[in-house]
Design a protein around this ligand. Structure first.
Ligand code: AMP
Ligand code: MN
Ligand code: MN
Ligand code: MN
Length: 282
């Protein structure tokens, strides 16, 4: 008998509940059609898509892990902590996420003001039709609006010119504290995962302190293979996983069929010596 095929895992993706363009059930169907056998929808700061995601995945016979991607401020910068295998109705988690989402609407007004001052009026009003969830207006929605309004050619170019963390229209936020995010995930029975570490702009000393702090809080895992890393970064974060004893995670960070660098289910395998985070969860 041939070996059972290895799991095709995708544990990082977005729907219209945050800044993706497909509904949770459409992301589920796309993942399934692309051969994913274990999937997680990890919308930013919000779990209201989870029951539809799980229901659709289970009706297709695809494995599902409850997921979320929490916005955190650590040492003055934004980092993302993914929670996997969570009970998505747990009140400590849902209360924490509600508090984390608060302030996004005011921030969106300020971003709209910044864009108007840069010669792009109407963005706050325009962005509302791009946000599927009024509690979750993100920079990605502004980027889509600016492309549609003809101010920029692509979503990526909006970030490069205006909305990256040091861009002229960006409005910094105080997101959740690292210890709170890890605590919410743990109280909901999940494992905490550092998302796309290669995107952060810490110094080497800050990176070590960040990994130490996460480990001390009981954080379990780190994304090694992600659509948000360039392939040359996989080895670097595989080594971080070994050095700190973190389990490793993998996901496309899919947002859209046209914007995302990687589609669902398209990531290469993790280095074979790492402990996959799903070994603890399935
Ligand atoms: P927000 O939570 O509103 O600050 O938006 C963060 C989202 O914007 C991320 O989840 C990404 O989808 C997107 N994003 C942030 N920085 C960049 C960047 N430099 N290039 C492309 N997309 C980005
Ligand atoms: Mn996003
Ligand atoms: Mn992220
Ligand atoms: Mn993401």
């Amino acid at each position: 008998m041939p070996d059972k095929p290895a799991l095709t895992v995708d544990l990082h993706s977005h729907s219209t509940v945050s800044d993706g363009v497909l509904t949770p059930d459409a992301v589920a169907r796309r993942a399934f059609e692309r051969g994913v056998t274990l999937w997680s929808l990890t919308d930013h700061d919000e779990v209201s898509g989870q029951s539809l995601a799980r229901q659709t995945a289970e009706s297709l016979g695809m494995g599902y892990l409850g997921g979320v991607e929490i916005s955190v401020t650590w040492a003055g910068q934004t980092v993302h902590i993914v929670g996997l295998g969570i009970d998505t109705d747990h009140p400590e988690l849902t209360d924490g996420l509600r508090a984390t989402r608060a302030g996004r609407a005011d921030r969106a007004r300020r971003i709209g003001d910044n864009l108007a001052a840069l010669g792009m009026p109407g963005a706050f009003e325009g962005v509302l039709s791009f946000a599927g969830n009024p509690e979750l207006i993100s920079r990605t929605h502004f980027a889509r609006y600016l492309v549609q309004a003809g101010f920029c050619p692509t979503v990526q170019s909006v970030f490069d010119r205006y909305l990256s963390d040091d861009g002229p229209a960006h409005e910094p936020m105080q997101w959740a504290k690292l210890e709170a995010a890890v605590q919410w995930i743990h109280s909901a029975g999940g494992v905490a995962v550092i998302a796309h570490p290669g995107r952060y702009h810490y110094t080497p000393v800050q990176f070590s302190a960040f990994f130490d702090a996460f480990k001390d809080l009981g954080g379990e895992a780190i994304e090694v293979v992600t659509g948000s890393h360039a392939p040359h970064q996989y080895g670097k974060y595989a080594q971080v996983a070994r050095d700190y004893g973190f389990m490793a995670s993998s996901g496309s960070d899919f947002h859209s069929p046209t914007e995302s660098r990687h589609d669902l289910g398209s990531m290469p395998a993790l280095p074979a010596d790492l402990v996959p985070v799903w070994s603890r969860l399935v």
